[in-house]
Structure formats: C-alpha cells, structure tokens
Design a protein around this ligand. Structure first.
Ligand SMILES: Nc1ncnc2c1ncn2[C@@H]1O[C@H](COP(=O)(O)OP(=O)(O)OP(=O)(O)O)[C@@H](O)[C@H]1O
Ligand SMILES: [Mg+2]
Length: 333
C-alpha cells in the first residue's frame, strides 16, 4: 500500500519511531492498572489422528490424543495486558460449569485478577476446535446470554472495581455481557478515566463518549458502509467520531496496518509483521497494548505505534498468543 494514498496523514517516520522507543519505558508498565470488562470465552482445542471414516455417517473419526485450552475474548485481552507487566483486573460472567472453572485456573496462571461472576442459568462460552492431521475439521460453539440478574450484579461490581484502576477496556464480543456499556463508559469518564472499546455489531451509539474505539475493517463497514477511496473513508470516520464524541477511532486493517483518526489528524502505520502464522487474536493484542501504554503515560500516537509493533509480533506466533515487554524493545537495546 502506498503511503501517499493517506492524504493529510502523519506517516511513521524514523523520527517518530525513535520517540516511541524512548517513550517505551517498560518499568512503568508495571504501574499501569487496567480493568478489562467484557465477554470471556474458553478457546479449547482437541488434537488427534484421523485414520478412518465413521460407519455411522460420512465423517472422519478423530482419536483425540492431546487437548489445549486458552483464555479467549476479553480474557485474552486481559492476559495480553498482564503479559506486558500491567496490573490487570477482569470482570465478566461465566456459567457454573467445568469450562468456567478452567478459565479461573488459566487466569490465575496468567496473573490476571479475575472477578468472574457465576450465573448458574448459563453455560460458559466455549469455542471447541477439533483438529486432525493439522487441519481444523470442526468448530463447536457453546454460548448463552447472561441473565438480567447477573448483568446487574456485574454493573454493581464494576462501580467498585473502577476506583482501583487507571483505565478501562471494554471488550465487546457481542455475547450480551456488555448490556450496560453506555453506563459503564459514563461512570468511568466521570471519574476522569479513559475508556477503550473493541466494538461489535451495528449499534455504535452504545459506545458514545468512549476515548478510543478499535474496529477492524469489516466491523467498521457494518456501521459506515463501504468506502470508495481513502478520503471518503476519512470523511465517514471523522463524522462518526464526532457524532459519538470519541477522542479517537483506531481502524485496524490487518495486512495494511492501522490508521488513527483524531480531531484534525489522521496517522497511518503500515503493518510490521515479518512472518505471519496466525492472525487470530491480533485485535486483542492491539487493544491490550494500547491500554497498557496509555495508562503508562505514553501519548496516543506513540501508543498506537507500539500496539502496531506488538500486533506484528503476535501474528508471527501460533494460536492466540501474547507479546512479552522485552520483545517490544528494538534489537540490541
Ligand atoms: N496479515 C497480517 N500481516 C501483518 N500484520 C497483520 C496481519 N493481520 C493483522 N496484523 C496486525 O494486527 C493488527 C490487528 O489485526 P486486524 O485488523 O486483523 O484485527 P482484528 O480483525 O480485530 O483481529 P482479531 O479479531 O483476529 O483479533 C493489524 O492492525 C496489524 O498490525
Ligand atoms: Mg477484533
């Protein structure tokens, strides 16, 4: 992608990269207190051999010999922020089941202080992948919306947890856990705390007053429609940003990097990945890195460059992975 297509944009010059590096004081990441709220899920993998077709139906039989589990959704955002060294609290709802228990155990291991409210009327969201001969054969999803009571309990706990954090991340995976999101944004903003939102769905009025929202291209298209060229995109995004009273909108563009839209400013960063193995969860790494760097006092444009670098690293790893702070330092430092 040619940079001059981004009219009015401040491109990632060498100088600005140096500024970002200087600003990257890893010790301060440890001081950052982040509250992540949203839909958590358990990413589960069953691996095995396929040597025959079932006599019951024309499907392969997978003999499972290995399983793996990872925190997903908002839990992956929390895990990414904790891996960077920040103090991370997570608020969400799970069912009274074995998957919910697994998530608790995994999050303790990842240094996330998880407040997972138990809603006995639901099943914990699980995405199960069955993989035979290195190939995904099937994905099985279990999910139910949290009950009204659980969501009210979540709002009450949110009020309490808010006071001991510097910045809030609302990770919306469209599973119904963020029914009270507009209120959550207002409560945080009234206390002078910044709010980052990873959005889903068509109704962005829910995110009014947030500091930054981080849609990907498809998510944004659902809201502003298809754009013809870069200037048309800029016009549409700036109109949306103004109408929702957002400080900024960060559009993540997969292999085309990301673009930050602020009042009177558009900044583009090309993608940084050297090798791409697995792009799933890159968006989680972006918002987690943005949260930790902003809460550490780094300016938004520098924070965006660091988040882009982190995403470039995470797509080079298999599975929904994390980035360690040392990996963000330029080689030799
Ligand atoms: N194919 C790729 N090549 C290089 N960088 C990539 C690629 N895909 C993603 N990235 C990096 O990751 C960032 C986020 O990716 P993307 O825009 O796909 O987010 P996303 O769709 O929300 O991801 P997900 O939902 O899978 O977590 C990009 O801005 C870019 O920095
Ligand atoms: Mg995403």
């Amino acid at each position: 992608m040619r940079m001059d297509r981004y009219s009015k944009s401040r491109t990632g010059t060498q100088k600005s990269r140096e500024v970002a590096r200087k600003a990257l004081d890893l010790a301060t990441f440890k001081q950052a207190r982040i509250l992540v709220v949203g839909d958590v899920m358990l990413d589960r993998y069953w691996f095995g051999d396929v040597s025959r077709i079932s006599p019951e139906a024309p499907v392969p039989i997978v003999k499972v010999d290995r399983t793996d589990e990872r925190p997903g959704g908002a839990a992956n955002v929390a895990r990414n922020a904790a891996a960077l060294g920040a103090q991370v609290a997570l608020l969400s709802v799970v069912g009274d089941d074995e998957a919910g228990q697994s998530l608790r155990t995994l999050l303790v291991r990842e240094n996330v202080h998880a407040n997972l409210l138990c809603d006995p009327s639901i099943r914990t969201t699980v995405k199960l992948r069955v993989i035979g001969r290195q190939q995904q054969l099937l994905r099985v999803d279990f999910e139910t919306q949290p009950s009204h009571e659980a969501l009210l309990g979540k709002l009450a706990d949110y009020r309490e947890m808010l006071s001991s954090c510097d910045l809030v991340v609302l990770s919306d995976y469209g599973k119904g856990g963020l029914t009270h999101i507009t209120q959550m944004i207002q409560l945080a903003r009234r206390q002078g705390k910044r709010v980052l939102v990873d959005p889903k769905g068509e109704d962005y009025a829910r995110y009014r007053g947030a500091t930054v929202i981080t849609p990907n291209r498809n998510e944004l298209r659902q809201v502003i429609g298809s754009w013809s060229e870069e200037q048309d995109l800029t016009n549409r995004v700036q109109a949306l940003r103004k109408s929702l009273k957002l400080d900024a909108l960060l559009l993540t563009r997969s292999e085309d990097g990301m673009t930050l839209y602020e009042s009177g400013n558009v900044t583009h960063e090309p993608a940084k990945a050297r090798e791409v193995f697995d792009v799933s969860g890159a968006g989680d790494t972006v918002i987690a890195t943005l949260a930790v760097t902003l809460a550490s006092g780094i300016a938004l444009r520098d924070a965006m460059r660091i988040a882009n670098a982190a995403a470039g690293i995470v797509v080079g790893k298999l599975g929904t992975a994390v980035v360690m702070p040392e990996e963000l330092l330029p080689a030799g430092q």
